[in-house]
Unconditional design. Structure first.
Ligand SMILES: [Zn+2]
Length: 97
């Protein structure tokens, strides 16, 4: 997902194919949302994470949610663990928003 390896980035519009683009806040490098191999990092866009959680709540399987959102199944499992943690205020608000 993060081409340059820096952890801070923001959305930077969309390219002509409609893919979400991001800009690194550290080095300024721009990159397009990568739909593969997010394994090992948790920098899933909140909108996508919320979509995953919503899909699961509405009865989708993890496999199905993964296919729809493009988020790796292992990452979805991490999201579930993280969203279930009471200490995770940001995730609780994302969950209820
Ligand atoms: Zn960077």
């Amino acid at each position: 997902m993060i081409a340059c390896g820096h952890p801070e980035f923001q959305k930077f519009g969309k390219d002509r194919h409609g893919s979400q683009q991001y800009k690194c806040m550290v080095c300024g490098k721009r990159f397009t949302e990568v739909r593969e191999k997010p394994l090992g990092n948790m920098y899933v866009p909140v909108a996508d994470a919320k979509l995953v959680l919503r899909l699961l709540v509405e009865g989708s399987s993890i496999r199905s949610a993964s296919r729809i959102t493009g988020i790796d199944k292992a990452t979805i499992l991490k999201l579930l663990v993280k969203s279930a943690m009471p200490a995770s205020d940001s995730w609780m608000s994302a969950w209820s928003a």
